[in-house]
Design a protein around this ligand. Structure first.
Ligand code: GLN
Length: 238
């Protein structure tokens, strides 16, 4: 078996080791004997005709401005993939741009690609620190956030989880991220997947099911170190 990961804008969107998420996906596939091909999409590149998992990381406002036009040029294909159930992980800056818009502190608005019905406006303080959320599907999720953007969800889109420590989407309604079809949007860096292997395996297993059918024998990994890392991260003060 083999999977292709499409990594969006690794040059501009790679804060706090977000690239590590791709390494985790690759390694967890390889431990199971699944071959991985990584396609990096940078500004001006053509999207591949096919892929199995999509990942995009966080970036500063300036990076978001640089990629916005290219992202919009590819918005139709990315939206079609999301609607079709493509397993996708979007962190912070790219999460915002998969929404309707991100209005920056100076009032300039970056139009997004409206894959997710969310809207983001920069607030006047940065929301920074360790974060833990409770999610029905993946249990507790632990990470680190650093954003000024305050994100509101539309009526028909569900958050990824409820904040137990930290700020989340906007610091006021207790919601963090989104979970839409198989697309996960989140403010959680860290990177996210090393400490949250259940999410990594959700992306991998969903990709395998879409490509090869039911995965009854999907191998469980021991995750001893991962569990230790989670525990330590979850006990960190905010
Ligand atoms: N520039 C965005 C914000 O501050 C995204 C930051 C990020 O990706 N960490 O809200």
């Amino acid at each position: 078996m083999n999977l292709t990961i499409l990594h969006l804008y690794p040059k501009e969107m790679n804060l706090y080791g977000d690239h590590g998420n791709v390494l985790v996906l690759k390694r967890r596939c390889e431990w199971r004997g699944i071959k991985v091909n990584i396609i990096e999409h940078n500004i001006g590149d053509e999207l591949p005709a096919k892929c199995d998992i999509i990942f995009g990381g966080g970036g500063q406002d300036s990076g978001q401005q640089r990629i916005a036009e290219d992202l919009r040029n590819n918005g139709k294909a990315l939206k079609a993939w999301a609607e079709d159930g493509m397993p996708t992980l979007l962190v912070c800056g790219i999460y915002q741009l998969f929404g309707n818009f991100f209005k920056m502190q100076d009032g300039v608005t970056i139009e997004g690609i409206s894959v997710l019905d969310i809207e983001t406006e920069a607030g006047d303080k940065r929301l920074i620190g360790n974060i833990v959320i409770e999610s029905g599907k993946f249990g507790d999720i632990v990470g680190y956030e650093n954003h000024s953007g305050l994100t509101e969800l539309g009526n028909d889109i569900k958050p990824l989880g409820k904040v137990t420590r930290g700020y989340g989407n906007n610091g006021s309604d207790g919601a963090e991220g989104v979970f839409y079809k198989n697309t996960i949007g989140t403010y959680m860096h860290g990177p996210l997947l090393p400490k949250n292997p259940r999410i990594a395996d959700f992306l991998i297993k969903t990709a395998l099911e879409r490509k090869y059918g039911a995965q009854k024998d999907f191998e469980k990994l021991p995750d001893k170190l991962e569990q230790k890392a989670r525990k330590i991260a979850m006990e960190r003060p905010r």
